[in-house]
Ligand binder design. Structure first.
Ligand code: TXA
Ligand code: MG
Length: 323
């Protein structure tokens, strides 16, 4: 079965070990029953993801945390209470029910309650954990629409729940709570400033890829077009240079777009504010490929709040270009 479907269809597919793409408030997830090892193997195969890279288990409500975590630290409880449902993944010691296939053999598991009505409805109806990475092939741009999922995964996914509402637009923030001091492994939908306000202490950043987490690898989130990160006041000169060299150049910048861009440069619809920038980021990166651009010049927003996650994704896309 492919195409759009109902929650009941999706639950039936999960129960028989199939794969369901579903919207979350961050990006689309490619889900399977988190306790079905065969289904997990198929999930990794479809993602083309190395099996030692762990996936996140999505839960229907915060009270399920204690069923999936072995030991819930005070900081994990605080963050879960304050942020769930929401774009935050907590890495905690895993409970016995969590298979090795979810964690890549680690003793910890990433858990999150998504804040999207369709995802929550699916989770409640399934009444279990749904293991779900983003619904793209490994290393590529995450999908924020059902159409993008279909384009990437085609018939490899059994059911796609088609709904709008990836309103955050970048993936969840991942916080490792398995140590004394919580550490951010991936910047995302919940800003670091907010985490620190909730915890009442500073958190450390470990987003350098020393942990085997694909979202933290230097080369990730890349479109086919070469992504170049520039400051706003350098964009016009850089664009002119690239155009003169014969490249098809695009520009992604927050409004107001840099002035004096060469007429040949394709200016992608500029986001009005930082939240919109996060929401449209991945669809703009995909636009660059749809328009067959060679180079996409990107101007990052100010690096605060969710702007830090946008800057992180742009930097990784720039390093990960495989044109
Ligand atoms: O917003 C999101 O988090 C989306 C939606 C679908 O929920 N999911 C997502 O999944 O981005 P994925 O697989 O693309 O990224 C999950 C990240 C990976 O970097 C993975 O390594 C990390 O979470 N992760 C999962 N479990 C972990 C663990 N036990 N320790 C360290 N990192 C972990
Ligand atoms: Mg991903």
């Amino acid at each position: 079965m492919s195409g759009t479907a109902t929650i009941e269809d999706a639950v039936a597919v999960l129960r028989r070990g199939g794969l369901v793409a579903f919207p979350t408030e961050t990006v689309y997830g490619l889900g399977c029953d988190a306790e079905n090892v065969e289904a997990l193997h198929r999930l990794y195969a479809v993602k083309r993801r190395p099996t030692d890279h762990p996936v996140i288990v999505h839960l229907p409500c915060a009270s399920a945390l204690s069923e999936w975590a072995h030991d819930v630290s005070p900081s994990a409880s605080k963050l879960a209470d304050a942020c769930w449902p929401g774009p935050l993944t907590l890495v905690v010691e895993r409970a016995a029910r969590v298979p090795d296939a979810v964690t890549g053999g680690r003793d910890t598991v990433g858990l999150r309650v998504p804040a999207h009505p369709t995802a929550l409805e699916l989770l409640a109806a399934f009444d279990g954990g749904i293991a779900a990475p983003s619904a793209n092939r490994f290393g590529r741009v995450s999908p924020t629409s059902a159409a993008d999922v279909r384009l990437d995964l085609g018939d490899d996914v059994d059911v796609i729940l088609d709904d709008a509402g990836c309103d955050v637009g970048v993936e969840s923030t991942i916080v490792d709570c398995s140590f004394e001091v919580p550490a951010v492994l991936r910047l995302g939908g919940v800003p670091v400033e907010e985490l620190e306000a909730i915890l009442g202490t500073a958190v450390t950043l470990r987003t350098d890829g020393t942990v085997a987490a694909p979202g933290a690898l230097a080369a990730h989130y890349a479109p086919i077009a070469e992504v170049v990160v520039v400051e706003s006041d350098a964009a016009a000169a850089r664009a002119a240079l690239l155009v003169a060299e014969g490249w098809r150049v695009g520009v992604l910048a927050p409004a107001p777009v840099p002035s004096d861009l060469p007429a040949e440069a394709v200016v992608l619809d500029p986001p009005a504010d930082v939240d919109e920038y996060a929401r449209v980021l991945y669809s703009r990166l995909r636009d660059a490929d749809r328009r067959a651009l060679d180079v996409l010049l990107t101007v990052p927003p100010e690096s605060m709040g969710i702007g830090a996650a946008i800057g992180d994704r742009l930097a990784r896309a720039a390093r990960g270009t495989r044109g």
